[in-house]
Design a protein around this ligand. Structure first.
Ligand SMILES: *Cc1c(COP(=O)(O)O)cnc(C)c1O
Length: 377
């Protein structure tokens, strides 16, 4: 159990302490979210989706914590991510690659115990061929396209694979998966159509466990859950509908410091393109976070930060390293250089900020820049 000991961590600071904006990642809350989700979907299991560096939060750290809380299944996007993660997790945990293998990657994945999600007949054939060099049948996940029209085996190829898999002793299908296109819209007709198609396809693969739901899918009817949920954003505190349940908690706080405070008279331009002009004398604060840190430029005219629960609207365009906010609502002297304001936190959720930017929580989270000082608690 030496391995578990290695995950007993202390709050550490990663990435350039002294930065003007910082991201705090609440590891304890992440673990609680995992436990609550696991409880909610029982008897289905929860696999953690840790692609894109665990949505920017640090895949190695996040995966190790979730493993310590009982998670044994981890999904990443490509082989590079899988190989990077392998040494952080014990051999007996499963790492699956959503995009499957690219030609030539088979052996390094086999040697590292990485499991491909097979999306095409070619991937299947390449894997089966490579697997012949090994004694035991090698596990794969089979992804079928049940209606999303993205990755996955086409419906017409299913009988081919099904016939072939019966005769292919070098390969063992351990999971049949598909992905929902509209899970975040519970009444979208495509959800039921995909469920029906998945059931039809599952008929070709008796006794193989099924995975259909991502985070949002876990909160559709129970029939969508199958045997394994693939949860990403729910674990990281993104918006999910929990009818009658306490919502999953936020896992990050994003704060940035005040750099300069000043009052501009009426009729003065603020920021690039002189896109905002003051209508009256206005007290403004320049805050040290910008689009290089992951604040989309589409927040122009809509976004805000908070100080002690008071909304401070962004004015002018988002710059690379800074934003300007209107602080007229605050008593003068409330802020001074170095004061931290809330960008994501108690008063403004990840989903709120994403909504103002016209995007989804996933895009905000994965876009948070490497320049941010990161603190794990
Ligand atoms: C990214 C991804 C997930 C996780 O989605 P969330 O909405 O973050 O839960 C699940 N399955 C597949 C195939 C994915 O690509």
């Amino acid at each position: 159990m030496d391995w578990i000991k290695n995950t007993s961590w202390k709050p550490t600071i990663r990435h350039r302490p002294g930065g003007s904006a910082r991201l705090t990642i609440h590891i304890g809350t992440l673990a609680e979210n995992y436990d609550r989700l696991a409880n909610f979907v029982k008897p289905a299991r929860v696999a953690a989706v840790v692609k894109a560096d665990a949505y920017g939060l640090g895949a190695e750290r996040i995966a190790a914590v979730l493993f310590a809380h009982g998670c044994r299944d981890f999904f990443v996007a490509d082989c590079g991510e899988a190989l990077a993660l392998r040494s952080s997790l014990p051999d007996w945990s499963n790492i699956y690659v959503l995009s499957g293998m690219q030609p030539g990657q088979e052996h390094s994945c086999i040697q590292n115990g990485i499991i491909p999600v097979i999306n095409t007949l070619d991937q299947w054939a390449n894997w089966a061929l490579a697997a012949q060099a090994y004694d035991d049948p090698l596990p794969v996940v089979l992804q079928v396209d049940s209606g999303m029209g993205r990755l996955g085996i086409q419906p017409e190829d299913i009988p081919v694979i099904a016939g072939w898999s019966g005769e292919e002793p070098s390969v063992r299908i351990m999971l049949l998966m598909s992905h929902l296109a509209c899970a975040d819209e519970p009444h979208h007709p495509l959800n039921q159509a995909q469920l029906a198609e998945m059931r039809r396809i599952a008929g070709y693969f008796p006794n193989v466990p099924i995975s259909l739901a991502n985070s949002a899918g876990a909160f559709l009817e129970e029939s969508f859950r199958g045997d394994i949920i693939r949860a990403g954003i729910a674990l990281y505190g993104g918006p999910v509908r929990l009818d009658g349940l306490a919502p999953l908690d936020r896992v990050i706080d994003l704060e940035a410091s005040v750099i300069q405070i000043r009052t501009l008279p009426a009729g003065k331009a603020v920021g690039y393109g002189a896109a905002h002009v003051t209508r009256s004398p206005t007290r403004l604060a320049v805050i040290g976070i910008g689009y290089a840190d992951g604040l989309p430029r589409s927040l122009f005219g809509k976004g805000a930060v908070y100080w002690e629960g008071i909304r401070l609207p962004m004015v002018g365009r988002i710059s690379m390293d800074s934003i300007v906010v209107d602080v007229s609502a605050l008593p003068s002297g409330a802020l001074s250089p170095g004061t931290l304001v809330e960008v994501i936190g108690k008063h403004q959720s990840l989903a709120d900020l994403a909504g103002d930017a016209g995007t989804i929580a996933h895009e905000i989270l994965t876009g948070l820049g490497t320049r941010l000082e990161r603190i794990y608690r």
